[in-house]
Design a binder for this molecule. Structure first.
Ligand code: HEM
Length: 206
């Protein structure tokens, strides 16, 4: 019971990710493997790569905003799922070229919005490869600096998405959330907000 209490959030995240993957595999195997299916799956996996990335960035911002700590336990795994669904997204895109690496590569570099997506994915790959204790130990202070580039990845991912989706509610939410997360990372803003939050709690408690 204690284990379940401690790991409930992690469990929910894993189950949710598995259900998304199951739905994608189900679409892939239950229909004929054609261009339309590949496009549908490319869209769905891209959408979820971005959502996982925003979930991951939200973990730190929720801590700054409200002092909550529980979500910090899933910051790493949500980031890893962004990498995973981003890779699946690229795989489905390559599927539209019958997994021909050369053709996919040329298609990516001849369209700016795709090249931006690739840069975002490369950052996610670097984050995933260095998200272990060994890399943390080897990189020491540089590890934190390196992992701040996840915000740059957020910018590239949202720009890539903006270039595909028409301006609308969904895009507005992505831009709003990313802007909020970036603003909360600015040191004076973070410091001022944290001090205001702490002094509010002191006033409430006394
Ligand atoms: C090599 C890397 C990438 C390639 C080749 C790529 C390719 C594409 C393509 C072709 C579409 C348009 C799908 C369609 O409308 O038919 C798309 C949309 C999208 N991509 Fe990517 N992408 C890449 C990386 C990423 C990354 C890293 C993210 C997020 C973390 C991302 C998030 C999205 C989103 C949210 C959409 C819009 C989905 C929708 O229509 O709702 N992509 N991408």
């Amino acid at each position: 019971m204690k284990w379940l209490k401690q790991n409930l959030l992690r469990l929910v995240v894993h189950l949710f990710a598995c259900s998304l993957l199951y739905r994608m595999i189900d679409v892939a195997v239950s229909r004929e493997f054609n261009q339309d299916v590949m496009e549908t799956l490319t869209k769905a996996s891209g959408e979820w790569a971005l959502k996982w990335l925003l979930f991951s960035l939200a973990c730190a911002s929720l801590h700054t905003l409200f002092g909550w700590r529980k979500q910090l336990t899933v910051r790493k795994i949500t980031g890893l799922y962004a990498f995973f669904f981003g890779s699946v997204h690229l795989l489905f895109y390559a599927g539209q070229y019958r997994f021909n690496v050369g053709e996919t590569w040329i298609a990516i570099w001849t369209e700016a919005r795709l090249a931006i997506g690739l840069i975002a994915l490369v950052i996610l790959i670097i984050m995933a490869m260095t998200s272990n204790r060994w890399a943390m130990h080897r990189l020491k202070k540089n590890w934190k600096r390196l992992h701040r580039t996840v915000y740059l990845c957020g910018v590239f991912s949202v720009v890539h998405t903006l270039l595909y989706l028409k301006a609308g509610g969904e895009v507005f939410v992505y831009v709003f959330l990313l802007s909020l997360f970036l603003i909360l990372r600015i040191p004076p803003v973070k410091k001022k907000w944290t001090l205001a939050r702490l002094s509010y709690h002191v006033r409430i408690d006394t």
